[in-house]
Design a protein around this ligand. Structure first.
Ligand code: PEP
Length: 259
């Protein structure tokens, strides 16, 4: 069975003191959760202190972005190696807000995935359609383009650690979650696409997260779907209680499924 992942994307929220406090609350609440991979992704400025706070805990640290070069005259950018040096194990790549506001393309996503993997970071690659694209029946066309473009030329061995998050843009931060059936439908298609591009074992073992207004009261329906292996959580990851409720519900469901 695929071990579920619950990852929190804190976006541009929490200064360093607030971040350490929130990370501490999460760390304490989930110290005994073993069957869910928990990750938090604070802003760059918080990573070092939060990384120290999470040492020897079962909560992983991720960044929300990285550049694709290791160093150089790239003012304002942060490299995967720098992220590793403050304790990051993961990095979100190609989030729709980065595609929408910062001009990221499938090409830059590909470069960033390569840089992340080369540095030993686990990439959480985000894909998803806008409302307009969904309404004109283009959901899978868009997701297929993002996946084939972002992973172009990489072998399945190289992508061994890859995690994919399906995040319909219309569901992010809007309170409008995709129904669990809508999410499952796309997840199943993504798995099918991966099976077309790579060996079956790669597709079957790939962890596919859903993101878009996930809350404690909808996580169970989502996690009950066959191809949903966890969540990328924005707003609801900014409070320890809501986030840990999501983690604990996921843990409980996973334990029940295993029995
Ligand atoms: C996100 O930022 O990836 C996200 C899914 O946000 P929210 O949960 O707030 O919709």
């Amino acid at each position: 069975m695929r071990k579920p992942i619950i990852a929190g994307n804190w976006k541009m929220y929490k200064d360093v003191n607030e971040a350490v406090e929130l990370a501490n609350g999460i760390k304490r609440s989930v110290f005994d959760v073993e069957n869910v991979e928990v990750v938090i992704c604070p802003p760059f400025t918080d990573l070092s202190d939060v990384g120290e706070m999470l040492t020897e805990s079962n909560v992983g640290l991720g960044a929300q972005n990285c550049y694709w070069k290791e160093e150089g005259a790239f003012t304002g950018e942060v490299s995967p190696g720098m992220l590793k040096s403050v304790g990051c194990g993961y990095v979100i790549i190609g989030h729709s807000e980065r595609r929408q506001y910062f001009g990221e393309t499938d090409e830059t996503v590909k470069d960033k995935i390569k840089a992340a993997i080369d540095s030993g970071l686990i990439p959480i690659m985000c894909v998803g359609e806008t409302l307009e694209e969904r309404e004109s029946g283009k959901t899978m066309e868009v997701v297929r383009r993002q996946i084939t473009g972002g992973l172009d030329g990489f072998s399945e061995e190289y992508l061994d650690s890859l995690i994919i998050a399906y995040e319909p843009v219309w569901a992010i931060g809007t309170g409008k979650t995709a129904t669990s059936q809508q999410a499952q439908e796309v997840h199943a298609e993504i798995r099918k696409l991966l099976a077309d591009l790579y060996p079956d074992t790669f597709a079957v073992s790939r962890r596919l997260l859903y993101g878009g207004s996930v809350k404690p009261d909808n996580i169970e329906n989502l996690m009950n779907e066959q191809d949903i292996d966890g969540g990328l959580i924005g707003g609801a990851s900014l409070k320890s209680e809501g986030f840990t409720d999501i983690i604990k519900a996921t843990s409980r469901l996973y334990a029940e499924k295993k029995d």
